[in-house]
Design a protein around this ligand. Structure first.
Ligand code: ADP
Ligand code: MG
Length: 321
């Protein structure tokens, strides 16, 4: 979907066309561009770029908000259960909307299972905690977007988890948009396109990127590529944060961990993506395997919750205590 860019100051049909050719098809893309990016387009001066960006930001409702406005937006926050009461508790009640939650852990630690369970729980009203004022909106055919970069989305597993809750597996599947991303550009594009689904009338309330970092990790190898990788990852996280904020969605990203051979202090493993992901995710959870089907989740670095651990299990029923 394209916006009418000629609504922007100083933008006539010719400039609008140039903007579109450069990929700036809607107000949001312009609102989040930098002046330097827009001046690369023929005929746009620095002054014009600044005016265009500011107008686009106003049209998108970006910019400063009063504390009261922020408080009233935060009143709409709702929570989605993970399926485990223990895990919900350390999260302050469940996966929080208007935030990005990161699950990091080694292979097999349960990241993909948590993501699958979240899609199922979205269809289960008892697993959604919301004030009466917004509950109807959340429960109005909520849909999930699952951006799958590793090819590990399994509809059969969704059906299995759904049936364990007495839900119709096919109905749950019908409410999940799955997109397989084979590289980081596809991944970023899918995230940007979630907005189109919303504008088409789909009530997207959950967005999952599983995994956030694997494509970036394989494409940007070596020290020389690190800056570029971090910049793109930062942009991707910004897109996800915007979706969470503007559309009151729950956003989950999964992340691999790497060994820290140089670790003198702290953990010997670290989530990929460094401070870029760290700052952009509000809730960060580290998962590790314990005995049998048990897993330990550790919440860390949260701005308003204490570091805490919770034990949960992964069985054929899904995620539970
Ligand atoms: P990752 O962190 O790599 O994404 P997963 O979320 O894929 O890990 O977790 C895989 C683990 O989940 C398996 O090792 C297994 O213990 C458990 N698991 C997956 N599917 C099932 C199932 N149908 N029944 C029971 N346990 C399962
Ligand atoms: Mg996985």
């Amino acid at each position: 979907i394209m916006d009418d860019l000629t609504q922007l100051p100083g933008v006539g049909p010719t400039t609008a066309e140039k903007l579109k050719e450069a990929g700036y098809t809607d107000f949001m893309k312009i609102a989040t561009a930098s002046i330097g990016e827009l001046t690369e387009i023929d005929g746009i001066s620095e002054k014009a770029a600044a005016r265009i960006i500011e107008a686009a930001r106003e049209l998108c409702n970006l910019g400063f908000k009063s504390g009261t406005e922020v408080l009233s937006q935060r009143k709409n926050i709702w929570k989605l259960s993970t399926g485990s009461k223990n895990l919900d508790e350390i999260l302050g009640g469940g996966l929080e909307s208007q935030s990005v939650t990161e699950f990091a852990g080694m292979f097999g630690s349960g990241k993909t299972q948590i993501a699958h369970q979240a899609c199922v729980n979205l269809q289960c009203p008892e697993r959604i905690v919301a004030d009466d004022a917004i509950k109807d909106e959340i429960l109005n055919e909520p849909k999930a977007v699952y951006i799958d970069t590793e090819g590990t989305f399994r509809p059969e597993r969704i059906v299995q988890m759904a049936e364990a809750l007495g839900l119709d597996g096919n109905e749950v599947l019908n409410n999940i948009f799955v997109a397989r991303a084979y590289n980081s550009d596809m991944q970023m594009l899918y995230a940007e396109n979630v907005e189109n689904l919303i504008r088409e009338g789909h009530n997207i309330k959950l967005v999952i990127v599983d995994s956030l970092t694997s494509t970036f990790r394989t494409e940007y190898i070596g020290r020389g590529k690190l800056a570029e990788r971090q910049q793109k990852l930062g942009r991707h996280m910004a897109t996800l944060n915007k979706l969470a904020d503007i559309y009151n969605c729950v956003v989950i990203v999964t992340n691999q961990v790497a060994a820290r051979p140089d670790a003198l202090f702290g953990p010997s493993e670290q989530a990929i993506g460094g401070h870029i992901v760290g700052h952009a995710a509000t809730f960060r959870i580290f998962l590790r395997k314990a005995k049998g089907d048990k897993r330990v989740a550790k919440l860390y670095d949260s701005p308003h919750l204490p570091d805490a651990e919770a034990m949960f299990r992964i069985t054929e029923k899904g995620i539970h205590d």
